[in-house]
Design a protein around this ligand. Structure first.
Ligand SMILES: C[S@@+](CC[C@H](N)C(=O)[O-])C[C@H]1O[C@@H](n2cnc3c(N)ncnc32)[C@H](O)[C@@H]1O
Length: 401
């Protein structure tokens, strides 16, 4: 368990006070060896002892571990069991209705709505596909994309949302006069059954690391239960792009070229002087092939290192290790990779997480120790997607001696 998981009292993790419950998708199988629990296609079945079964029963309804076990110091074994069940995805935290109403939650929603490249790419794809069809959206947030689907002529839209923001989505749907066609279904996708199979699935579960919101296990699960076999996925393709970075950073008194660029217009407003000539030099530095916006030296072009056809997902694709290689344009000390993703709709519309006004930020994977590389070398990469109980993660290794 991470140190960051703990609150002030080191013996109690922060989540100890949070309501947890057993996922509704949990299936128990009676096998020769005993009881086995399945929560998802992508996780192996787990042997369940009678002791574990008793703990699971305690969480049949949303319950705080702290309520059941008020003094963990006296029941360390029970606390370990709860932590193990949580780690295995057999206990999941219930989303608090207020999570999305905190100022940070509201502003985060606004950043997503204001990301025009993202929303307009979805709008275009929705208008090209949803008319006269049964549509489902997994993770509808404010409901914007489901409203666009209703406007585009969808027969019905099943908009599923696990968070308290579902209340806002209902209000948005009402105010936009779509309540006859958009049905908001509250809950996590794994707990929701649709009244009929969908012909189009809208999904936007991308974090800056696009696997952070457990995109693949969720898609895999709903593909099996919610969708017709020929269902269209919006988007249907995901690519990961990597740029190799060296440890050397072009930072001057804490100032990077990227930060300098964002300062320029602010300074112009403040002094009332046109600083464009100086700004062009900063731009040239930022756009030079050698220096990254954060000041790190760039050793490679930005290359696609993983491409997923989301219409062809199966448990193997989700669990497998993917291989790629990244050609070095310059030699140096390779410290890590800067990563971004592109989501595409039927090879036409696409949006990138490192686009100019994207609300996502590039994410990095730094290696344990820098690797000396020469210009022209191809650095081999191994990529796999870690699926945690609540969050996923793209992991990248360099299998290089
Ligand atoms: C990145 S936001 C996108 C919101 C909205 N679709 C949009 O485009 O503005 C993802 C939303 O999906 C919800 N979510 C993530 N995984 C989910 C799942 N498996 N089932 C239901 N909701 C989910 C989150 O609570 C969040 O509100």
């Amino acid at each position: 368990m991470d140190a960051g998981d703990h609150g002030a009292d080191a013996s109690r993790p922060d989540w100890w006070q949070r309501e947890h419950s057993v996922p509704r998708a949990l299936r128990l199988e009676v096998a020769e060896s005993g009881l086995r629990a399945h929560v998802s296609l992508t996780r192996p079945a787990i042997e369940i002892s009678l002791e574990l079964l008793a703990v699971l029963r305690d969480f049949a309804r949303p319950t705080r571990p702290a309520t059941l076990f008020p003094d963990p110091a006296q029941q360390p074994a029970r606390q370990r069991l709860v932590a193990d069940l949580r780690g295995a995805g057999l206990l999941i935290p219930c989303q608090s209705p207020s999570d999305n109403q905190l100022p940070s939650g509201v502003l985060q929603q606004h950043r997503m709505l204001a990301d025009r490249a993202r929303v307009l790419a979805y709008k275009h794809a929705i208008e090209a596909t949803c008319k006269g069809r049964v549509v489902a959206e997994i993770g509808c947030g404010t409901g914007l994309l489901s409203i666009l689907a209703a406007r585009a002529g969808a027969n019905v839209v099943y908009a599923v949302e696990q968070g308290g923001i579902a209340g806002l989505a209902e209000e948005m749907v009402r105010r936009n006069g779509c309540q006859d066609r958009v049905r908001i279904l509250r809950g996590h996708s794994r707990d929701i059954e649709l009244p009929e199979k969908a012909e189009v699935l809208i999904h936007e579960l991308f974090g800056s690391d696009p696997f952070a919101e457990n995109l693949l296990p969720s898609l895999l699960d709903v593909q099996r239960r919610w969708l017709r076999p020929d269902c269209l996925l919006l988007p249907d393709r995901l690519e990961i792009f990597a740029t190799a970075l060296s440890v050397e950073k072009h930072v001057f008194y804490g100032l990077t070229p990227g930060a300098a660029r964002t300062d320029i217009s602010e300074l112009e407003r403040c002094y009332g002087v046109d600083l464009a000539a100086h700004g062009a030099r900063i731009d040239a530095l930022v756009q030079s092939e050698e220096v990254d916006g954060t000041g790190a030296t760039v050793l490679s072009d930005t290359c696609c290192v993983l491409e997923l056809d989301l219409t062809r997902l199966d448990a193997t694709v989700c669990e497998m290790t993917h291989y790629a290689s990244l050609p070095m344009r310059r030699g140096g000390s390779l410290a890590g990779l800067r990563l971004a993703f592109q989501a595409s709709f039927d090879h036409e519309q696409a949006f990138r997480s490192d686009g100019p006004d994207s609300h996502w930020v590039p994410f990095e994977r730094m290696f344990l120790a820098p690797i000396e590389v020469e210009a022209g070398a191809r650095v081999p990469l191994q990529l796999y997607i870690e699926h945690g109980a609540e969050r996923g993660r793209l992991v990248i290794d360099v299998p290089w001696k």
